[in-house]
Ligand binder design. Structure first.
Ligand code: ADP
Ligand code: MG
Length: 376
C-alpha cells in the first residue's frame, strides 16, 4: 500500500548554501520498505533520526531529494499535494484543532473540504466522535479548549478518519498526554484499528508504544532503518548492536507485551472448574503495569493451591503476558482463571505471578515467543 524506493532526503544546509540545492547531510538515507494494506507500522528511534521526515514525504509536506514513494501503486509525486492530503489522514502531537470551531465542525473539516453536504458531513463527524469514545451530544458543541488533552487527541484521530482515508499518518499522536491517558488512548486506538483497518504509519520515540501498537516496527538509526520486523522479533533478536542497545536492558519487561499466554504457563485447577457469572468480559485489561517491580510477591502460595473465586478475573488463552499480569495485579487473590479462547466456561488452568515469571524466563532463554500476539 505504501512503498518507499531508495528514498533520500537532504535538506538545504542552512544559511550558507544560498542555493536551493539540498546539500545537507541526509536526514533520510536510501530508505526502501513496504507497508501492507491494513498494516500498522511504527517508526521508532531517537529524536532527529528522520522519522517525521519519512512521514511527511508520504503526504508531500516534504519532497524527497531522490527515490520515490508509491501509494497504492501510484507515485505520490504525480498527485496534486492538496488532493493527496485529503486522502491521507494526518494526526500530529499538537493536534492542530481549530480553536474557534466546535468539536463537531473540527471533525467534519475534511469532508467539508471534499464538498460533502453539511448535514452529511456532520452526521459523519458525529459517528466518528462516537467511534473514538466521545459522546457527540455531550462534546460535539464544545470548543477544543473545553476538552482535556486526551479528549483533544481523540478529536484529532476522529478528524483524521472522517473522510475514511485508506492511509493514516500519525506523528507522536499520544505524546502530549500523561502516561496513564496515553496507555488508554493506545488501547482505544488498537480497538479502533481492529475495526477500521487503515494502513498506518505511526511515529514515536517510545519503544514501548512502538511495540504495543505496531504490527511491525522500523527501528531508526541516523536516517536509516536498522531493523524492520515484528515487535517480538525486534525484541528477541535485535539485528545489530545498535538495535540491541536501543531495545535496552528491560527488554524482558517489554517482551511481556508481545508474548502470548500459553497453556504451558498455567497451573492446573485443583478441582472442578468454578462456575458462576463469567465475571468481567474476557479481553485485554487496560491497566498500567508498574515497571520494573513487576513481579510482586504472590499472595496465594505456590501452584496447585486453590481455585480462582467465581468472581475472579478470567482471561482467554492467547492474551499477552502483559495483559495477564495487569489482570493479576487487580485481583486480591493473585490468581486468575484462564479459559479457552471464545469459550469462557472452559477453564484451562490458573495463572499466578509465578507462572508469568516462569513464562518470561523460559522465553528469554530463547525457546519460543517469537511469534507476535495474535489477533490484535
Ligand atoms: P525525527 O522526527 O526523527 O525527530 P526529523 O525527521 O524531524 O527527525 O529530522 C531529521 C533531521 O532532519 C534532523 O537532523 C533535523 O534537524 C533535520 N530537519 C528536519 N526538518 C528540517 C528542515 N525543514 N530543514 C532542515 N533540516 C531539517
Ligand atoms: Mg519527529
Amino acid at each position: 500500500m505504501i512503498r518507499f524506493e531508495h528514498v533520500t532526503k537532504r535538506y538545504a544546509d542552512r544559511a550558507g548554501g544560498g542555493t536551493d540545492g539540498a546539500d545537507g547531510p541526509p536526514a533520510v538515507d536510501d530508505l526502501t520498505f513496504d507497508v501492507a494494506e491494513g498494516e500498522l507500522v511504527t517508526l521508532v528511534g531517537p529524536s532527529g533520526c528522520g522519522k517525521t521526515t519519512t512521514m511527511k514525504m508520504v503526504n508531500r509536506l516534504v519532497e524527497p531529494t531522490s527515490g520515490r514513494i508509491l501509494l497504492g501503486g501510484e507515485d505520490v509525486a504525480a498527485v496534486d499535494p492538496v488532493r493527496l492530503r485529503r486522502t491521507i489522514g494526518y494526526v500530529i502531537q499538537q493536534v492542530g484543532l481549530f480553536p474557534h470551531r466546535t468539536v463537531l465542525d473540527n471533525t467534519a473539516t475534511v469532508p467539508a473540504l471534499l464538498g460533502w453536504k453539511k448535514a452529511r458531513a456532520r452526521e459523519r463527524a458525529a459517528e466518528l466522535l462516537d467511534l473514538v469514545g466521545l459522546d457527540p451530544g455531550r462534546y460535539g458543541h464544545r470548543y477544543p479548549e473545553q476538552l482535556s488533552g486526551g479528549q483533544r487527541q481523540r478529536v484529532g484521530v476522529a478528524r483524521a478518519l472522517a473522510a475514511d482515508p485508506p492511509v493514516l499518518l500519525m506523528d507522536e499522536p499520544f505524546g502530549a498526554v500523561d502516561p496513564v491517558v496515553r496507555e488508554r488512548l493506545q488501547t482505544e486506538f488498537l480497538h479502533l484499528q481492529a475495526t477500521v483497518r487503515k494502513t498506518v504509519l505511526l511515529v514515536t520515540h517510545d519503544l514501548a508504544e512502538a511495540v504495543r501498537l505496531g504490527d511491525r516496527i522500523a527501528v531508526y538509526g541516523q536516517g536509516r532503518i536498522e531493523q524492520f520486523d515484528t515487535p517480538a522479533t525486534v525484541l528477541a533478536a535485535p539485528a545489530n548492536p545498535y538495535v540491541a542497545d536501543f531495545v535496552g536492558a528491560d527488554r524482558a519487561l517489554r517482551r511481556l507485551a508481545v508474548t502470548p499466554l500459553t497453556e504451558a504457563d498455567l497451573d492446573p485447577v485443583a478441582g472442578p472448574a468454578p462456575v458462576g457469572d463469567p465475571a468481567p468480559a474476557p479481553g485485554p485489561v487496560p491497566a498500567p503495569v508498574p515497571a520494573p517491580a513487576f513481579l510482586p510477591q504472590q499472595k496465594g502460595s505456590g501452584p496447585l493451591r486453590e481455585n480462582p473465586a467465581p468472581g475472579a478475573p478470567r482471561l482467554p488463552l492467547g492474551v499477552s503476558l502483559k495483559d495477564a499480569l495487569a489482570a493479576l495485579l487487580q485481583d486480591d487473590a493473585g490468581l486468575i482463571a484462564v479459559h479457552a479462547p471464545g469459550d469462557p466456561a472452559r477453564v484451562l488452568g490458573t495463572l499466578t505471578t509465578t507462572g508469568v515469571h516462569r513464562a518470561l524466563r523460559r522465553r528469554t532463554a530463547g525457546e519460543s515467543g517469537t511469534e507476535p500476539v495474535g489477533p490484535r
